[in-house]
Write a protein that binds this ligand. Sequence first.
Ligand code: PBG
Length: 328
Amino acid sequence: MDRPIARPRRLRTTGAMRRLVAQNRLHPAQLVLPMFVADGIDEPRPIVSMPGVVNHTVDSLRAAAEEAVRAGVGGLMLFGVPSTGDKDATGSAGDDPDGILNRGLAALRADLGDATVLMADTCLDEFTDHGHCGVLDDRGGVDNDATLVRYQALAVAQARAGAHVVGPSGMMDGQVAAIREALDDDGHTDVSILAYTAKYASAFYGPFREAVASSLQGDRRTYQQDPANRGEAVRELIADLDEGADMVMVKPAMSYLDIVRDVAELADRPVAAYQISGEYSMICAAAERGWIDREAALDEAVLSIVRAGASVVLTYAAVEIAHRLTAR
Ligand code: PBG
């Protein structure tokens, strides 16, 4: 041979070498744990399709949040699960200060203060009897602008309850601008908006809908994005940046890593990605059958999301990954 061949394997020879040249590393502080707090239960209730994840009582939520913060996770994203009897057409339990989500937020903020970043899901689907993320018009469609008014009320209630960050996840047009205005008018200029910028109509949300006992009949394809589309995510991003989003998010993560990359290249703000319920559950399910190594697969999946360009990752495995990173 005239010329030595390229030998990239040289940089893989030892663990120390691989560690030195690693281009991406996870840190517990970039992980956000999504948590569910449910009304009307006395004991934490396991979510069958999400091994290790539960619907919390307010007390068990407080204990689990404390543990997550001790493990070093960077933030908590709280979802509320009201009793079925408290659901109605406009999702009024969502902005009731005594509604389960706002009670959960208040309890966590009282316990944890500013020791973590407390985030709230700002959406109606958990609270509506029809299960849609917005209010319906007289033909049964989701009414964009009427929903914005509801999101404003939700966001203000969450900020008053102690959320540092509100996370509008309903994919209504104009939701970031509407929420920013309402927060500012109520004096919450310091409360941030984590915009669900590109959220796709995904089959991988299945286990989450069990977790929140979703009443949805039908689908969300008139507001969540079509999995076929890439350019539309850029359009959504430009709108959210323009409307004042503080952080932007892509969801789901693993089937949408190209979108994570697009958004990371264009956004001048932190980019988050959400490893959703189905992404988590399928790893757990395959691992339960002995087909893959749960820990290695979860670590690799989350690392791939960071490599794609997200600096913040929402994952149901946040605490266990944080423990592993600390032990390393
Ligand atoms: C809607 C919402 C969804 C998730 C969080 N908020 C999706 C949906 O039901 O359409 C999914 C999270 C997950 O699957 O882990 N407000």
